[in-house]
Unconditional design. Sequence first.
Length: 426
Amino acid sequence: SSAFQAPPVLTLDELIAQRDDALRDYEALVRRGLSLDLTRGKPSARQLDLASRMLTLPSGHKAADGTDCRNYGGLQGLSELRAIFSGSLQVPVAQLVAAGNSSLSLMHDSIVHAMLGRLPGAERRWADEPRIAFLCPVPGYDRHFALCERFGIELIPVPMTDEGPDMDVVERLALEDPQIKGIWCVPKYSNPSGVSYGDETVRRLAAMPVAAPDFRIFWDNAYAVHHLTDTPAEIADLLALCEENGNPDRAFVFGSTSKITFAGGGVAFFGSSAANVAWLLGYTAKRTIGPDKINHLRHVEFLRDEDGLAEHMRHHRELIRPKFDAVETILTKELGGTGLASWSNPAGGYFISLDVLEGCAREVVSRAAGAGIALTPAGATHPYGNDPRDSTIRIAPTYPELDEVELAITGLATCVRLVGTEKLLE
Ligand code: PLP
């Protein structure tokens, strides 16, 4: 990440001149009448094209064990597909479930089942608790927060560091409040900061004493194989560490192929202790007789094995790395040394986090909208949409074409210069 550089010492006249420059650039930008969208972390059409061959698969209908995938059954999903993802999700094949197309729906169902049924270790159903709260490292993923809000789960923000959530805060809160039942974690190439959790963070999460006997870590490893460099981030094995530290049921691991194959037609995964897997599948059996095994087989034929998966991800990287590089180059050129912003330069994942001067993020997003550049609403990265410093903006560069990313980020930088200099002149 680039750190906030100290603002250069400017005279009032110099600052006014910079503001006037920015205003001129902004007016020119508005006159261009752009229509660009950097809001959501979706794969581009070209990325989806990488998996086009899947539309012709599977070539047969028999799973490795002879199961006819066209028929009912096989609640845990094809084991040969689970074997392909077992390593990257750090879950033994026997403890991994391959399900439908969305990991978010597995997170949703896990919460609903914890509400209406009893988790292993729980004294009562969450629905019978006077209050339920989750810890939310910030900045974080807005859909995690929205999911909790939908069920009346209170959101407690925890600051992020370069090594993951601030563990002193997490340990203190989880120990003192038995109503804190969970924490949201995106441990690799986090959405939106790009941070990968350090080994010590993972160990402390696994080992910390907590007040709630049914405390769960929602370990959303959505970007497990989404590297942008030659040195893939490695994170510690949460599930194994939980087991070693006497907390075998603490981790719920999630992942999916949404940003590997098709975002609308991938496969989602749940991994945990044997007890938690039995718990989830017990309820799942009431809602389905089995998952879409044809799609599982299609994924097995297409990805083949772990090496096939890694090779496929290199093709994604070839398409999206230039977009991330463009953002870094343009932000450095336009905002480097101004003291008006700092931003992440992630080694993987789908997002860049841009921090502007305190009190400026909403205004920057609003000015960008005025110039036809749609950004994720400021505040979305925080519980209840409330970024108390009003400074974090999430940039999602994967979906637009490269030239559109360049235009949009140049325009965004103009908005940051304008709002920032106006702020300093207040
Ligand atoms: N988790 C994170 C951290 C994400 O960023 C996203 C999508 O942006 C998802 C989950 C959605 O996953 P799925 O498509 O498997 O529901």
